[in-house]
Design a protein around this ligand. Sequence first.
Ligand code: S3P
Length: 747
Amino acid sequence: MTGVTAVQSAAPIIGRLVVVGLGLIGGSFAKGLKESGLCREVVGVDLDPQSRQLAVELGVVDRCEDHLATACVGADVIQLAVPILAMEKLLGVLAGLDLGNAVLTDVGSAKGNVVRAAREVFGTMPARFVPGHPIAGSEQSGVEASNAQLFRRHKVILTPLPETDPAALSLVDRLWSVLGADVEHMDVERHDEVLAATSHLPHLLAFGLVDSLAKRNENLEIFRYAAGGFRDFTRIAGSDPVMWHDIFLANRDAVLRTLDTFRSDLDALRDAVDAGNGHQLLGVFTRARVAREHFGKILARRAYVEKVAAEDLSFLAQPGGSVRGQIRVPGDKSISHRSIMLGSLAEGVTEVEGFLEGEDALATLQAFRDMGVVIEGPHHGRLTIHGVGLNGLKPAPGPIYLGNSGTSMRLLSGLLAAQRFDSVLTGDASLSKRPMARVAEPLRQMGAVIETAAEGRPPLTIRGGKALTGISYVMPMASAQVKSCLLLAGMYAEGTTTVTEPAPTRDHTERMLRGFGYPVAGNGATASVVAGGTLTATRIEVPADISSAAFFLVAASIAEGSDLLLEHVGVNPTRTGVIDILRLMGADISVQNLREVGGEPVADLRVRHAGLKGIVIPEALVPLAIDEFPVLFIAAACAEGRTVLRGAQELRVKESDRIQAMADGLTVLGIKVEPTADGLIIEGGQIGGGEVDGQGDHRIAMAFSIASLRAAAPIRIRDCANVATSFPNFLALCSQVGIRVAQEGQS
Ligand code: S3P
């Protein structure tokens, strides 16, 4: 039963498959392919008569041959699944046979030595030999453990050479794919390096540690005191010693390289312990912990991505409902980014509370860890940042990947333009399409050297060691990211850096710089900094993000019977355009308990249902509500009459083209809209049901979720995974207050 469900049944594409070596790997390969029906016959060869007999009895192969030569005459594919050190001898025997047109492949866990051996015995690497390595194993061994599903969802690495016949490669690829494996192609050298680091070194350490402890404690008494840590670390020392001995001999060079690097890192750790250098230890441990989590996520995501790839990550929102209760939405995204940046550059230790643990802010956090800053947490929104001072950053070990986050890339570009080292900034598909010339151009005027891809798009390559000079820059667009980028660069530039904005934009950078004791001059439209100051560590309490609260402000406004309290929301006047616009439309929002926390105004917002009417949105409010338009368009769709937005061309270059994305979705839902170059005209009406595209843009996905409250039928929203960039617990909070939206397939 098991194998039958694992593999697809198909018409035979090859005549005879010969599997040499009927252990766990060879037996599982044979069994899976036998069950697939892809081979007319599967023939086993093994030195051990008992294994041959069992293989036939257990249905692993159709039959066995005692002699390799007999089995191989007329074979179409020959799989070599013998221990790695036996491979050379086996290849020598095969070289003496007439293999006709047979494709050869193998499963050895090191590839350099197999290729070397093949070259030696055949005189040249046979074009129809495709070296391979399935990364699958189990504590079990022997033909009796053969499992047709063993390779399902496991990686199989094929290491073709320039001379490898593409038809042979694609046949071997096909065989593994039929077994459910995830096949990748790689260079021989890279394969051996990767495996040495991720598999061989850990086994060496596990065997070595257990032996070292055991040797010095002959009665093995100390193991009585061993707890989970020892058990977890040394589990793999229970693996087959002979097989591992073979692997280390076979992959000697790559293992030595990774071992030597590790030895010097271990020496550095030893020195840190010796010197009582807790800071360094904490740095290693926090980085390692994050790397481990990341690695855990990759593994978890593999299962998840497989599921999602087939289904996409969609939300399904049920129509109707009212919104009631009291919630606190997660921390402000803009302030969270800035807390990491300034905390890292400060002298001393900065404590942050309320940090947004969304993917965007975490991308900034990881970037600074990569540049050598020790950051503890996040733990329930709390962080401890061990500042390195304005000149204490170190080069990241490779390109800095910033995911979906435009704020990270634009602000970091200013900071990195002033460092002594080069940096490369990259991002996901959406970020890779966003305009970066708006920061690169003025930074170049300051003396920075920045290369971009075509049309000023990422990746950005920033050359270090350039002396910057302050400029007075009049921004062509209202952008807090551009302003902040230049102010950060200005801390390192000779003279004064002044930025003038065409309309007020969020001023978190200016406020936070002052909070860290760095003077920022300016009035309304301009802000200036002078180099030479220092940032002094401080405490930051991040208020809840008004951009996330906006979804609930609209939700409670449009749904009859709603009454909701949003706690501790940041109400910086450069961010409250959404409240002003909703109030102009007739919303019932009261700002309660207004207070100032760490230089930012904070309040509780109470919102109750109200009949909304369409308005012409005052253009002066556009930059103050720039991120809230997707959900404001939903409010407009529910309002009586027409709403007109103009002067918002910036919406076309956000995480998606938000004018088009919302116009498309609203049209699907039966709302009359007219997109313009710089805005949208919306006629209020009855929202219908249907399927809309979230376009991988968090705010589009969340806006359409809110629309369901007034929809006549369910709304299905596709491509929603990026909600996690700014609002990881969006669905949980929706369900808490009565909005019935869930990840599809879950309720
Ligand atoms: C942000 C500024 C705005 C905003 C973005 C965050 C910031 O971008 O849309 O979500 O944190 O400075 P622009 O500067 O491009 O307007």
